[in-house]
Every structure is written in structure tokens, then in C-alpha cells.
Design a protein around this ligand. Structure first.
Ligand SMILES: [Zn+2]
Length: 322
């Protein structure tokens, strides 16, 4: 009873705050559990709780339909879209079953060169290598972190090293990870995200979008490489799916920092029809279709989540000037 009243109040607040606005949520792996040294992951239990709660407040639409209705001033009140980035086999454990059970549509943005790859994503390799090595056995040049205590020290070191390597050109990033992984035993429990998984997702009714080939920071790429990352990803995904891939998510996604106007132009030139960023805020009818903002609700209580959504609706999203 109290819960129903609370949800009715939140719906009324969102109705007035979200008038004509589209909220796009962004998630990543959504693992069942994560080691203590990995910070900031939305876990499967948080996601399942969030999905049940957010369904009470929002009307979830497929991205394509939401954009069409946004532009034709026909967006239902409290419209939202779910999106997931990168490409993880873990999605099939909890995310996909939950979405199917609740009949909620979603878009999955996939890093195409990572498909069928025997190694995890670069940032996960960094985390695993540092955890195996320990903060007191880092190779020369990798000790960026501050902090005390083994767990805190390790978690902070992982974030510091990831942030340091993120902006390196791809070849240099790979060489640095090879140094971190040298002499360490390989983990045998990695499940790659495969081409067959991509088809499975599409056949279950979900949209597949591009997320570059290797997940570089586009501003760290030269023009040829950026085109290969953006256009090559589209070609690879379309080769598997045998249908047009129309949506793109910029890797890391922060306007001006991770991509610039030349990349926005490239995304359009190679044939995507719209793209999402990681700038917080909501989309309105005049929002650039190639810079749609997204945000991740990370709170674990209803009223905190509601406040986050309401606050996000007041944010003016950062955009690259085109
Ligand atoms: Zn990503």
C-alpha cells in the first residue's frame, strides 16, 4: 500500500519533469558477483531490483521507436530505453532472462573485435593481472595509486592503471598489458562473447548496435584508424547479422574527451543513424541524434534512485560542437 502510493508520487513527479524527454540508461557487464577489488559494477541483484522498480515508473521503449517518437513529438510520458555496452557472455545468465521475463526491450552495443576472442576485455585483463600480481609486485612504471590496506590499495591501483592505459594508442596499451601479464598463469575460466551469442540476442528481439572494433579512445586514434574502428565495426556486425546496424555507442563516450566533431561526422558518414554518449542528461526533440546522452542509476534504494532520475532530467547534457 505504502509502496503503491510512493510509486504513484514518483510517477507524478517524473511526468512533469520528463515532459518530452527520453531517459537512456547505460549498463555494462552486470555480473552475478564481482571480486572486492573491482569497484563500480552494477551487479545482477541490483539490476534485477532496479528493473522491477523502474518498470513501475517508466515506459520502456526500443531505442529506434523512442527516437522516432521523440523527433515526431509523440513520446509517451516517462519514456526510457535500456542499453548495455561491450559484449559479455554473462548477459545471458541474468540480464537477458530478466528482460525477457519483464518484456523490456534493450539495445546491446558490441565491440566487434572482441567477439569470439580468447582473452577478456583489456580492462578486465588489467584487473586480473594486478590482482594476481599484488600491489607490491608491480612492474616498473605501474605504481600510480595511492591508498592503504591491501584491498583498498588494489582497487585503487586497478582504477589508476586502467585510467592511465585507457588513453594510450591501441598498440601501446596492448604492449603495457603484456608487461603486466608476463609470467602470470592464464585464467581458464573466461567465457567469450561469440558471434552465435550476437545472433541469439537479435533473435530474442533485442537491437544490436556498434561500439567500435577494439574499444579505443577515438581521440587517441588517427583518422584512418578511427574510420576503421567506427565503420569496420558496423561491417563486421552486419556480416554476422545480415541486416543493417544503425546505432553506435562511442567507446568511453565522454564528449570532447573521448570523441570529437570529426568522430560524430564519421559515425554519420559510415551509415549509422544515431549514436549514444556517456554524458548524463536526457534527450529532447532538438537533441543531436548522434549525441544522445545516457546515465547509469547506481543507487540501491527506491527514493535515492528516484532522486537520481529527477536530477538527471535537470542536467543539460554536454555535447561536442558540430
Ligand atoms: Zn564500452
Amino acid at each position: 500500500m505504502v509502496e503503491a502510493m510512493f510509486n504513484a508520487v514518483i510517477r507524478r513527479k517524473l511526468n512533469s519533469a520528463s515532459n518530452g524527454a527520453l531517459t537512456i540508461l547505460q549498463y555494462h557487464k552486470v555480473p552475478l558477483c564481482a571480486p572486492k577489488y573491482i569497484e563500480g559494477e552494477v551487479l545482477a541483484s541490483d539490476f534485477s531490483w532496479g528493473l522491477e522498480q523502474f518498470k513501475e515508473w517508466f515506459n520502456f521503449l526500443p531505442l529506434e521507436e523512442a527516437i522516432h517518437r521523440l523527433k515526431s513529438h509523440d513520446l509517451p510520458p516517462r519514456s526510457a530505453v535500456l542499453s548495455f555496452d561491450d559484449g559479455y557472455a554473462d548477459w545471458f545468465d541474468h540480464v537477458v532472462p530478466a528482460l525477457l521475463a519483464h518484456k523490456v526491450p534493450a539495445t546491446f552495443f558490441v565491440t566487434s573485435a572482441q567477439l569470439n576472442c580468447s582473452k577478456p576485455f583489456w580492462h578486465e585483463r588489467v584487473a586480473v593481472a594486478l590482482a594476481k600480481r599484488g600491489v607490491d609486485r608491480l612492474p616498473h612504471g605501474f605504481n600510480f595509486a595511492t591508498g592503504t590496506g591491501a584491498e583498498i590499495g588494489l582497487a585503487q591501483t586497478i582504477i589508476a592503471v586502467q585510467n592511465q592505459l585507457k588513453y594510450l594508442p591501441l598498440a601501446e596499451r596492448e604492449a603495457a598489458i603484456a608487461v603486466l601479464e608476463a609470467d602470470l598463469p592464464l585464467s581458464g575460466d573466461y567465457r567469450p562473447f561469440r558471434s552465435a551469442d550476437l545472433i541469439r540476442l537479435r533473435d530474442a528481439g533485442f537491437q544490436i548496435g556498434g561500439h567500435s572494433r577494439h574499444h579505443p579512445i577515438l581521440t587517441s586514434c588517427d583518422a584512418t584508424q578511427a574510420k576503421d574502428e567506427i565503420g569496420g565495426c558496423k561491417e563486421e556486425l552486419e556480416g554476422i547479422l545480415r541486416e543493417p546496424v544503425t546505432a553506435f555507442a562511442y567507446p568511453n563516450g565522454r564528449p570532447d574527451c573521448d570523441f570529437n566533431a570529426s568522430h560524430v561526422a564519421l559515425v554519420e558518414a559510415v551509415g549509422y543513424r544515431y549514436a549514444v554518449t556517456t554524458a548524463p542528461g536526457v534527450s529532447r526533440s532538438d537533441t543531436d541524434l548522434f549525441q544522445l546522452p545516457r546515465f547509469t542509476p547506481w543507487a540501491r534504494s527506491s527514493w535515492r534512485s528516484a532522486l537520481q532520475f529527477l536530477r538527471n532530467m535537470r542536467v543539460s547534457p554536454q555535447m561536442v560542437k558540430v
